[in-house]
Design a protein around this ligand. Structure first.
Ligand code: AMP
Length: 430
């Protein structure tokens, strides 16, 4: 199957082949013909599956087939709403590159940067607008955006928009677009809230599902390195140095933790920077660009900042802290092994995180292999302070501990024994 077979215009096929893609990914071959027919669509697909091109290409084709209705003046005919600024920027970039041979104009608006240059661009007229919900509503309030001519609406990563508390903004936006339109909703997971939103919004939608819900991408090699909390940073530096990792995305649970870790890695002689919600948009964009260009070796990110990041061929993802929400583990490791490439996801897990690990393994429906790194064996005398909603919880929780190393074991047996004990620790914490 080629992009030609999907019924796409020559201009789009040309742009796609200039990007170096010859075969559509599964979501593209399923979604593109349906969207071209004008169907509403509910897509279950995570970042990394090629879903952006899956909706961008047919969106461009549908708009190119009709002219802007208002006396030749461009009006917003397609609106793409995304949860994060980074994702908005990436979708806008895709629209620009796939649409380079078509006479369509697009703009992207998100918060954290000055609103005026965005207004200037909007005043000149665009066919396609990519936006995050808050800034889009700001523009609506300031009358720089008119959504009354929207023919095609895309809600990207709808689950994350709800997780981030955007439901009220989304509802406000839905009241501003025409009832009669084509709607595409993408979500990695389908909670009851998403279904409720979809029910009120989509008309007999086609369902397109590529990766089964919550299934960790198969090409990703996953491993857990059990280690004490106080030695995680040291182990991370060791892994980066010993394995000569060149481009590593590291996840931290907190903004403060991300900053501190990036600083500590720098003192270890590793080029690192942090990306999170407290950083200015300029600093986030710069950090991401430097990381993509290979100028920065390690990018430490929080879940929200990293959501939807499109970094080609990212070989290593490290969970410095396990996420509180098991589904975030799937999103995080989805940054590697993209579009069929091999990737590796390493998690540094301390005894406090055994409950989180158990929840993750339940969601991905498999046990992640554990491997203790020599010299970083967990100290069996440390008591667990299980993490509940991001904070260590010491009261009313049974204390767990790693068992002590037995006497008289050979090194290999000792290593095997540690892995076994770690597993029993897991079960004990269950
Ligand atoms: P997405 O899921 O939209 O974030 O896309 C994931 C990555 O796959 C991006 O880097 C795309 O540029 C890339 N990609 C999209 N379509 C294809 C394709 N047909 N073949 C190879 N790579 C693709």
């Amino acid at each position: 199957m080629s992009f030609n077979d999907l019924g796409l215009k020559a201009e789009l096929v040309r742009a796609v082949s200039e990007k170096g893609y010859s075969t559509p990914t599964p979501i593209q071959s399923q979604a593109i013909p349906l969207i071209l027919k004008g169907r509403d669509l509910m897509g279950s697909a995570q970042t990394g599956t090629g879903k952006t091109a899956g909706f961008t290409l047919p969106l461009l084709q549908r708009l190119a087939a009709t002219r802007s209705p208002k006396n030749g003046r461009r009006v917003i005919r397609a609106l793409v709403v995304t949860p994060t600024r980074e994702l908005a920027a990436q979708v806008a970039e895709s629209i620009t590159s796939y649409g380079k041979w078509l006479p369509l104009k697009s703009a992207v608006v998100f918060g954290g940067v000055s609103i005026n240059p965005q207004k200037q661009k909007l005043i000149r007229g665009v066919d396609i607008l990519v936006a995050t919900p808050g800034r889009l509503l700001d523009h609506v309030g300031q009358r720089s955006v008119d959504l009354s001519s929207v023919e095609l609406l895309v809600l990207d990563e709808a689950d994350r928009m709800l997780d981030m508390g955007f439901i009220h903004d989304i509802r406000k936006l839905l009241a501003l677009v025409p009832k009669q339109k084509q709607t595409l909703l993408f979500s990695a997971t389908f909670s009851d809230d998403i279904k409720k939103l979809a029910n009120g919004l989509l008309k007999s939608p086609a369902l397109v599902e590529v990766a089964r819900r919550n299934t960790a991408v198969e090409t990703i090699k996953q491993v857990i390195h059990p280690v004490d909390k106080s030695r995680k940073r040291e182990l991370l530096s060791h892994l980066i140095g010993a394995n000569r990792w060149r481009q590593v995305l590291v996840f931290s649970r907190t903004k403060h933790g991300a900053n501190r870790l990036a600083e500590q890695l720098i003192t270890d002689g590793i080029d690192a920077s942090a990306i999170h919600g407290n950083k200015s948009q300029g600093a986030r964009t710069r950090a991401l660009a430097d990381f993509k260009a290979g100028k920065v070796q390690v990018l430490v990110a929080t879940d929200i900042a990293a959501r939807g990041l499109d970094i080609d061929q990212l070989p290593h993802v490290v969970n410095y802290d396990l996420p509180n929400v098991p589904e975030d583990y799937v999103h995080r490791i989805g940054r590697t092994g993209r579009a069929g490439r091999e990737g590796e996801a390493v998690s540094l897990v301390c005894i406090d995180e055994l409950k989180l690990l158990r929840d993750i393994e339940r969601v991905i429906k498999c046990e992640i292999p554990k491997r203790i790194i020599e010299g970083y064996e967990p100290d069996g005398s440390i008591k667990a302070e299980p993490i509940v909603r991001g904070r260590p919880q010491t009261r009313n929780k049974p204390k767990k501990r790693f068992q002590h190393k037995g006497k008289g074991q050979s090194k290999n047996t000792a290593q095997h024994g540690k892995n076994q004990r770690y597993k029993s620790g897991r079960r004990a914490a269950a």
